[in-house]
Design a protein around this ligand. Sequence first.
Ligand SMILES: *Cc1c(COP(=O)(O)O)cnc(C)c1O
Length: 463
Amino acid sequence: MVAMYENLSELLDSVPRHTRSWFKTLANRPVRATASSDQLRETLGGPLPEEGTTPSAVIEALATAGATGTIASAGPRYFGFVVGGTLPAALAADWLVSTWDQNAGIFALSPLASTIEQITGSWLREIAGLPSTMSFGFVTGGHMANFTSLACARHSVLRKAGWDVEANGLFGAPPVEVFVNEESHYTIFIALRLLGLGANRVRKIPADDQGRMRADLLAAALRETSGPSIVCAQAGNVNTGAFDPLPAIADAAKQRGAWLHVDGAFGLWASASPQHAHLVRGIERADSIASDAHKWLNVPYDCGLIFCADEAAHRSAMSLAAAYIVATSTERDPHEFVPEESRRARAIPVYAALRSLGRRGLAEMIERNCRQARRFGEALRAAGFDVLNDVVLNQVLASFGTPEQTQATIAAIQQDGTCWCGGTVWKGRTAMRISVSNWSTTDEDVERSIEAIIRCGTRHPGI
Ligand SMILES: *Cc1c(COP(=O)(O)O)cnc(C)c1O
């Protein structure tokens, strides 16, 4: 008979031990997983056990598997996708969140979670230079932030056309025109699909060589149509890091009475840096904004952010309560701004991250990563490779010759293990994508990684 309730404090005391050994190896272990899925299945799988195991044995088994089955994506030399690690204060706060096990859906279930969410949301607005009247919500990620934003948009443009989409759905509704940057992140299209707006009936506005939506072509397209319209722009292209020309896009959208949504999953954080804030200028005129905290703010998964200029539309699109109902309490019920009801207190790690960094620390983190990205670009160019984008933020696209040579270089760097970079195709060219988004990446990490990439890139003939 297994004792289900062994000493809790002894069990929890084992966690810092596992955590310490994880962090001790994180910076120097191979970035890739060293165990195969077959090996993991062998140690963790098998039939559902009939009898229980002691919690400490369960945690021991997980910690052992974690050492070999994970990717060191939280580490300083992981440059794949756009990921980010975990700031110490955010990690520790996240442990508290799990310990407290608060349902952050409503104030009545957690005054602390609700109040911290209120404080954190207003700090975030301040960082991004957004109007203090913008409502906000904490969702699971950028995808859900796009979804929530576009639900607000759908509500608002149809309401103006005399249609209550929450009550009546889209059957018989006036058609909604959606204008997107042709380089929009794919989650925009999934969000549109989930909202019944269709992924394929959008009007794709051409982008320039950096992936920036052509504002002149958007204005022309908007002039050709009338009726309810939504424009989806982006701040931070997932390949190049480029920003759409938001002031001109906002002019065109406002002139036409269209809803302006901006996907700023990682790009919104440029606003925290005095050197880069000009890139995001105009975002304060958006009707809705999607962003992520689990990428560049370096909080643990999962946490996305949605901001909305029309609080009534935001509540109407998300809340189960009747539209525009006068709240009986002045306290914040976080579920009214997101698609979920019961939910994790996601704002708490964000609060911890912001409080531990301060305004200056956040600016330094963003600027450091941008400087490191520029260093990657300069060093790879100096070594004779092609850098395909203007390195304006934290993203670098490099080509190592033919598509095959670039693919071989990406495979080689992943195998080498010094650092991890993924691949992409940009304007028809196969490229290595380097995203510098981790708070703990040092300049020495960057130099080591550059050396490894150049070594892998020059191993192939014909360069
Ligand atoms: C990552 C990303 C998303 C999706 O965010 P998730 O947090 O992965 O859901 C959307 N848009 C852009 C530009 C992104 O970089």
